[in-house]
Design a protein around this ligand. Structure first.
Ligand code: ADP
Ligand code: MG
Length: 227
């Protein structure tokens, strides 16, 4: 299993008490598969992704990424794990305004410790995979919303992550472009064998998923026992 969340509870400070954002959530995502997470606003979807991304440490429960248990790792070790094993795509493509599409990816390669020559080939390969190789020289303001989100996805894949975490990538797109982005994520999940979690509010996108996890008030139904 490439991503395993086991019995995760996460609370936030809420005045004098604590708000329970995730309540004993267990989720397992195999390599090369896409799990869609749906649920009402405020149900805990982004919190779930943030815990999976090791950006927030839960109150209880364990996160295992590509066989590595994250409990007890230092901040530096977690940052290293994220750089090499986890690709993250947030709702808004937070691209750097002054950089071209190719340079957005180069920055990630540098953080991942790749040499410039090897990374140039990989940048072009990934921009090609998301259908943007002919836009490599364009800056964010010269790209459409859908194209920017594709650059964002290519960037997340730059260091060949095992786990790909995507939070509502289509919220700024119309339905058709949103569907194309979700299909792209599904295809890349198979081609690159990532364990992908996709948060979406659009049920039309669920057909692209191998599994659907419904969050309500921070809870996920337990997976049905097998065998
Ligand atoms: P979703 O992504 O499904 O809309 P979130 O994970 O963002 O849900 O939020 C789950 C709950 O946790 C909500 O009640 C939200 O208000 C609360 N919450 C989220 N982030 C924080 C935070 N940083 N501090 C306090 N409460 C938070
Ligand atoms: Mg959210």
């Amino acid at each position: 299993m490439s991503l395993e969340l086991t019995d995760i509870t996460l609370t936030y400070a809420d005045g004098d008490t604590r708000l329970t954002a995730l309540d004993r959530v267990t989720l397992q995502v195999p390599k090369g598969s896409l799990t869609a997470v749906v649920g009402p606003s405020g149900s805990g979807k982004s919190s779930l992704l943030a815990v999976a991304a090791t950006l927030i440490t839960p109150d209880a429960g364990t996160v295992t990424v590509d066989g590595t248990a994250t409990a007890g790792l230092s901040r530096g070790e977690l940052a290293e794990l994220r750089r090499h094993r986890i690709g993250i795509v947030f709702q808004q493509p937070n691209l750097l305004p002054s950089l071209t599409a190719a340079e957005q990816l180069q920055v990630m390669a540098r953080m991942g410790g790749r040499g410039a020559g090897r990374s140039r080939a990989r940048v072009l390969e990934l921009l090609d995979a998301v259908g943007l190789v002919d836009q490599a020289h364009r800056r964010p303001h010269q790209l459409s919303g859908g194209q920017r989100q594709r650059v964002n996805i290519a960037r997340a894949l730059m260091n060949d992550p095992t786990v790909l975490l995507v939070d509502e990538p289509t919220s700024a797109l119309d339905h058709e472009r949103g569907a194309a982005v979700v299909e792209l994520i599904a295809r890349l999940t198979r081609e690159r064998a990532t364990a992908t979690v996709l948060v979406t509010h659009d049920r039309a996108h669920l057909t692209a998923a191998d599994r659907v996890a419904e969050v309500h008030d921070g809870r996920l139904p337990r997976p049905a026992p097998t065998g």
